[in-house]
Design a protein around this ligand. Structure first.
Ligand SMILES: C[S@@+](CC[C@H](N)C(=O)[O-])C[C@H]1O[C@@H](n2cnc3c(N)ncnc32)[C@H](O)[C@@H]1O
Length: 266
Protein backbone atom coordinates (compact mmCIF):
# COMPACT_ATOMS: atom_id res chain seq x y z
CA UNK A 1 0.00 0.00 0.00
CA UNK A 2 1.25 3.48 -0.81
CA UNK A 3 2.75 5.39 2.08
CA UNK A 4 0.35 8.34 2.73
CA UNK A 5 3.21 10.74 3.44
CA UNK A 6 4.72 9.78 0.10
CA UNK A 7 1.39 10.34 -1.61
CA UNK A 8 1.10 13.76 0.06
CA UNK A 9 4.61 14.60 -1.07
CA UNK A 10 3.84 13.47 -4.63
CA UNK A 11 0.80 15.77 -4.72
CA UNK A 12 2.87 18.63 -3.38
CA UNK A 13 5.70 17.98 -5.84
CA UNK A 14 3.11 18.13 -8.53
CA UNK A 15 2.06 21.63 -7.40
CA UNK A 16 5.58 23.06 -7.70
CA UNK A 17 6.09 21.30 -11.05
CA UNK A 18 2.73 22.51 -12.30
CA UNK A 19 3.53 26.07 -11.26
CA UNK A 20 6.85 26.01 -13.13
CA UNK A 21 5.30 24.82 -16.42
CA UNK A 22 4.88 28.48 -17.38
CA UNK A 23 8.05 29.70 -15.74
CA UNK A 24 9.00 32.21 -18.46
CA UNK A 25 5.60 33.89 -18.36
CA UNK A 26 5.35 33.76 -14.58
CA UNK A 27 8.81 35.26 -14.11
CA UNK A 28 8.15 38.32 -16.25
CA UNK A 29 6.08 40.23 -13.62
CA UNK A 30 8.76 39.86 -10.91
CA UNK A 31 11.33 41.10 -13.44
CA UNK A 32 9.16 44.13 -14.13
CA UNK A 33 8.65 44.70 -10.40
CA UNK A 34 12.35 44.41 -9.62
CA UNK A 35 13.18 46.89 -12.40
CA UNK A 36 11.40 49.57 -10.34
CA UNK A 37 13.33 48.87 -7.12
CA UNK A 38 15.92 51.62 -6.80
CA UNK A 39 18.42 49.98 -4.46
CA UNK A 40 22.13 49.72 -5.30
CA UNK A 41 23.66 47.37 -2.78
CA UNK A 42 21.20 46.10 -0.20
CA UNK A 43 22.69 43.91 2.55
CA UNK A 44 19.60 41.81 3.22
CA UNK A 45 16.80 40.94 0.80
CA UNK A 46 13.78 38.75 1.58
CA UNK A 47 11.64 36.98 -1.03
CA UNK A 48 8.20 36.63 0.56
CA UNK A 49 6.23 33.66 -0.81
CA UNK A 50 9.36 32.57 -2.68
CA UNK A 51 7.70 29.49 -4.22
CA UNK A 52 10.14 27.22 -6.05
CA UNK A 53 12.81 29.95 -6.13
CA UNK A 54 12.24 31.55 -9.53
CA UNK A 55 11.69 35.02 -8.06
CA UNK A 56 14.50 34.41 -5.54
CA UNK A 57 16.86 33.69 -8.41
CA UNK A 58 16.13 37.11 -9.90
CA UNK A 59 17.01 38.74 -6.58
CA UNK A 60 20.29 36.81 -6.39
CA UNK A 61 21.18 37.85 -9.96
CA UNK A 62 20.40 41.51 -9.32
CA UNK A 63 22.03 41.67 -5.86
CA UNK A 64 24.88 39.10 -5.89
CA UNK A 65 26.44 40.49 -2.68
CA UNK A 66 23.25 40.53 -0.62
CA UNK A 67 22.10 37.93 1.84
CA UNK A 68 18.96 36.61 0.13
CA UNK A 69 16.36 34.80 2.24
CA UNK A 70 13.21 33.09 0.94
CA UNK A 71 10.07 32.60 3.05
CA UNK A 72 7.18 30.34 2.09
CA UNK A 73 4.48 28.36 3.88
CA UNK A 74 4.82 25.30 1.59
CA UNK A 75 7.52 22.75 2.51
CA UNK A 76 7.44 21.43 -1.05
CA UNK A 77 8.06 24.84 -2.58
CA UNK A 78 10.89 25.39 -0.08
CA UNK A 79 12.45 22.04 -0.99
CA UNK A 80 12.46 22.97 -4.65
CA UNK A 81 13.86 26.42 -3.87
CA UNK A 82 16.70 24.95 -1.76
CA UNK A 83 17.62 22.56 -4.57
CA UNK A 84 17.68 25.43 -7.03
CA UNK A 85 19.61 27.92 -4.88
CA UNK A 86 21.66 25.99 -2.28
CA UNK A 87 23.51 29.12 -1.13
CA UNK A 88 20.37 30.98 -0.07
CA UNK A 89 18.51 30.55 3.19
CA UNK A 90 14.90 29.37 2.95
CA UNK A 91 12.59 29.41 5.94
CA UNK A 92 9.07 28.15 6.46
CA UNK A 93 6.70 30.88 7.59
CA UNK A 94 3.17 32.22 7.24
CA UNK A 95 3.12 35.80 6.03
CA UNK A 96 -0.03 36.48 8.07
CA UNK A 97 2.22 36.66 11.12
CA UNK A 98 5.82 36.56 9.82
CA UNK A 99 8.12 39.42 10.79
CA UNK A 100 11.77 39.93 9.74
CA UNK A 101 14.32 38.91 12.40
CA UNK A 102 16.82 41.56 11.31
CA UNK A 103 16.32 44.79 9.36
CA UNK A 104 15.87 43.92 5.67
CA UNK A 105 16.59 46.46 2.92
CA UNK A 106 14.08 44.87 0.56
CA UNK A 107 10.90 42.88 1.16
CA UNK A 108 9.89 41.45 -2.21
CA UNK A 109 6.57 39.62 -2.61
CA UNK A 110 5.66 38.42 -6.08
CA UNK A 111 2.27 36.74 -6.62
CA UNK A 112 1.71 35.84 -2.99
CA UNK A 113 -0.26 38.47 -1.08
CA UNK A 114 -3.47 37.74 -2.96
CA UNK A 115 -3.52 34.49 -0.93
CA UNK A 116 -2.87 36.14 2.46
CA UNK A 117 -6.02 37.03 4.46
CA UNK A 118 -6.38 40.76 5.16
CA UNK A 119 -3.22 41.37 3.14
CA UNK A 120 -3.45 45.21 3.10
CA UNK A 121 -2.94 45.24 6.88
CA UNK A 122 -0.11 42.74 6.52
CA UNK A 123 1.56 45.00 3.94
CA UNK A 124 1.18 47.99 6.29
CA UNK A 125 2.80 46.01 9.13
CA UNK A 126 5.68 44.84 6.94
CA UNK A 127 6.28 48.35 5.58
CA UNK A 128 6.49 49.66 9.14
CA UNK A 129 9.07 46.99 9.96
CA UNK A 130 11.52 48.42 7.40
CA UNK A 131 14.35 50.80 8.26
CA UNK A 132 14.29 54.26 6.57
CA UNK A 133 14.98 53.81 2.84
CA UNK A 134 13.94 50.15 2.94
CA UNK A 135 11.68 49.00 0.10
CA UNK A 136 8.51 46.91 0.05
CA UNK A 137 7.81 45.69 -3.50
CA UNK A 138 4.79 43.53 -4.29
CA UNK A 139 2.91 42.26 -7.31
CA UNK A 140 -0.50 40.58 -7.24
CA UNK A 141 -2.73 39.21 -10.00
CA UNK A 142 -5.71 41.55 -10.36
CA UNK A 143 -7.68 39.12 -12.52
CA UNK A 144 -10.71 38.08 -10.49
CA UNK A 145 -12.97 39.75 -13.08
CA UNK A 146 -11.27 38.00 -16.04
CA UNK A 147 -13.22 35.20 -17.79
CA UNK A 148 -10.79 32.51 -16.65
CA UNK A 149 -11.49 33.29 -13.00
CA UNK A 150 -15.21 34.04 -13.37
CA UNK A 151 -15.64 30.70 -15.16
CA UNK A 152 -14.12 28.79 -12.24
CA UNK A 153 -16.94 30.09 -10.07
CA UNK A 154 -19.56 29.45 -12.74
CA UNK A 155 -18.48 25.83 -13.21
CA UNK A 156 -18.13 25.35 -9.43
CA UNK A 157 -21.72 26.45 -8.86
CA UNK A 158 -23.27 24.31 -11.56
CA UNK A 159 -22.28 20.69 -11.06
CA UNK A 160 -22.46 17.74 -8.68
CA UNK A 161 -19.52 19.36 -6.88
CA UNK A 162 -21.41 22.58 -6.00
CA UNK A 163 -21.78 21.77 -2.28
CA UNK A 164 -18.16 20.63 -1.96
CA UNK A 165 -16.94 23.86 -3.58
CA UNK A 166 -19.17 26.35 -1.77
CA UNK A 167 -16.16 27.71 0.12
CA UNK A 168 -13.68 27.71 -2.78
CA UNK A 169 -14.59 31.17 -4.04
CA UNK A 170 -13.68 32.66 -0.68
CA UNK A 171 -10.06 31.55 -1.21
CA UNK A 172 -9.40 34.77 -3.18
CA UNK A 173 -11.24 38.06 -3.02
CA UNK A 174 -11.10 40.94 -5.47
CA UNK A 175 -8.13 43.22 -4.77
CA UNK A 176 -8.84 46.61 -3.20
CA UNK A 177 -8.57 49.64 -5.51
CA UNK A 178 -5.18 51.32 -6.02
CA UNK A 179 -6.59 54.32 -4.11
CA UNK A 180 -7.22 52.12 -1.07
CA UNK A 181 -3.61 50.91 -1.02
CA UNK A 182 -2.44 54.49 -1.45
CA UNK A 183 -4.52 55.79 1.47
CA UNK A 184 -3.31 52.98 3.72
CA UNK A 185 0.38 52.89 2.82
CA UNK A 186 1.22 56.49 1.87
CA UNK A 187 1.33 57.74 5.50
CA UNK A 188 3.83 54.98 6.29
CA UNK A 189 6.39 55.68 3.59
CA UNK A 190 8.43 58.43 1.92
CA UNK A 191 7.57 57.38 -1.65
CA UNK A 192 5.04 55.08 -3.29
CA UNK A 193 4.46 53.90 -6.85
CA UNK A 194 1.33 51.90 -7.76
CA UNK A 195 0.58 50.67 -11.26
CA UNK A 196 -1.14 48.02 -13.34
CA UNK A 197 0.23 46.06 -16.26
CA UNK A 198 -2.02 43.95 -18.48
CA UNK A 199 -0.01 41.08 -19.94
CA UNK A 200 -1.25 39.19 -22.97
CA UNK A 201 0.35 35.81 -22.52
CA UNK A 202 0.46 33.69 -25.68
CA UNK A 203 -0.58 30.17 -24.74
CA UNK A 204 -0.45 27.15 -27.07
CA UNK A 205 -4.20 26.37 -26.90
CA UNK A 206 -7.23 26.58 -24.56
CA UNK A 207 -6.08 23.45 -22.71
CA UNK A 208 -2.87 25.35 -21.96
CA UNK A 209 -4.88 28.06 -20.22
CA UNK A 210 -6.39 25.35 -18.01
CA UNK A 211 -2.89 23.99 -17.29
CA UNK A 212 -1.77 27.51 -16.31
CA UNK A 213 -4.53 27.87 -13.72
CA UNK A 214 -4.07 24.34 -12.37
CA UNK A 215 -0.82 25.74 -10.92
CA UNK A 216 -2.59 28.68 -9.24
CA UNK A 217 -6.25 29.80 -9.24
CA UNK A 218 -7.83 26.38 -9.88
CA UNK A 219 -6.15 24.76 -6.90
CA UNK A 220 -8.82 25.67 -4.30
CA UNK A 221 -11.48 24.32 -6.70
CA UNK A 222 -9.72 21.04 -7.52
CA UNK A 223 -8.29 20.22 -4.10
CA UNK A 224 -11.63 19.32 -2.40
CA UNK A 225 -12.66 16.93 -5.23
CA UNK A 226 -11.85 13.25 -5.70
CA UNK A 227 -10.05 12.19 -8.89
CA UNK A 228 -13.21 11.41 -10.90
CA UNK A 229 -14.94 14.69 -9.98
CA UNK A 230 -11.73 16.61 -10.64
CA UNK A 231 -11.58 15.17 -14.14
CA UNK A 232 -15.21 16.09 -14.85
CA UNK A 233 -14.78 19.57 -13.39
CA UNK A 234 -11.64 20.12 -15.50
CA UNK A 235 -13.39 18.93 -18.69
CA UNK A 236 -16.33 21.25 -18.08
CA UNK A 237 -14.01 24.17 -17.31
CA UNK A 238 -11.94 23.46 -20.44
CA UNK A 239 -15.10 23.67 -22.60
CA UNK A 240 -15.94 27.05 -21.07
CA UNK A 241 -12.38 28.33 -21.54
CA UNK A 242 -12.42 27.27 -25.20
CA UNK A 243 -15.49 29.46 -25.77
CA UNK A 244 -14.13 32.43 -23.81
CA UNK A 245 -10.60 32.34 -25.29
CA UNK A 246 -11.06 31.48 -28.96
CA UNK A 247 -7.85 30.38 -30.71
CA UNK A 248 -6.21 32.96 -33.01
CA UNK A 249 -5.42 32.19 -36.68
CA UNK A 250 -2.31 30.22 -35.68
CA UNK A 251 -4.21 28.21 -33.06
CA UNK A 252 -2.67 30.05 -30.09
CA UNK A 253 -4.70 31.70 -27.36
CA UNK A 254 -4.12 35.11 -25.80
CA UNK A 255 -4.55 35.10 -22.03
CA UNK A 256 -5.13 38.65 -20.84
CA UNK A 257 -3.71 38.96 -17.34
CA UNK A 258 -3.95 42.23 -15.36
CA UNK A 259 -1.54 42.58 -12.45
CA UNK A 260 -1.15 45.24 -9.75
CA UNK A 261 2.29 46.46 -8.65
CA UNK A 262 3.25 48.45 -5.54
CA UNK A 263 6.71 49.76 -4.65
CA UNK A 264 6.85 51.65 -1.36
CA UNK A 265 9.99 53.21 0.14
CA UNK A 266 9.95 53.55 3.95
C1 LIG B 1 2.12 31.97 -6.99
S1 LIG B 1 3.43 31.42 -5.99
C2 LIG B 1 4.66 32.70 -6.24
C3 LIG B 1 6.06 32.15 -6.24
C4 LIG B 1 7.16 33.13 -6.58
N1 LIG B 1 7.21 34.26 -5.68
C5 LIG B 1 7.06 33.66 -8.01
O1 LIG B 1 7.29 34.84 -8.21
O2 LIG B 1 6.80 32.90 -8.93
C6 LIG B 1 2.79 31.82 -4.40
C7 LIG B 1 3.58 31.23 -3.24
O3 LIG B 1 3.08 31.82 -2.04
C8 LIG B 1 3.07 30.83 -1.04
N2 LIG B 1 2.12 31.26 -0.01
C9 LIG B 1 0.77 31.34 -0.13
N3 LIG B 1 0.24 31.80 1.01
C10 LIG B 1 1.28 32.03 1.87
C11 LIG B 1 1.38 32.52 3.20
N4 LIG B 1 0.30 32.86 3.91
N5 LIG B 1 2.61 32.63 3.76
C12 LIG B 1 3.71 32.28 3.06
N6 LIG B 1 3.68 31.83 1.78
C13 LIG B 1 2.48 31.69 1.20
C14 LIG B 1 2.70 29.55 -1.76
O4 LIG B 1 3.13 28.41 -1.07
C15 LIG B 1 3.43 29.73 -3.10
O5 LIG B 1 4.71 29.17 -3.05
Amino acid sequence: MADPSHRHRATEDWSARQYLKFEDERTRPPRDLLAQVQLDSPARVVDLGCGPGNSTELLVERFPDAEVIGVDSSPDMLRQARERLPRCTFVEGDLSTWMPQQDPDLLFGNAVFQWVPDHPQVLARLLQSLPPGGVLAVQMPDNTMEPALMLMEKVAASGAWAAALAQAKAARNDLPRPEDYYDLLRPLCSHIDIWHTHYNHIIDNPAGVVEWFKGSGLRPFLAPLDAAMRERFTAHYTDEITLAYPPRADGKVMLKFPRLFIVAVR
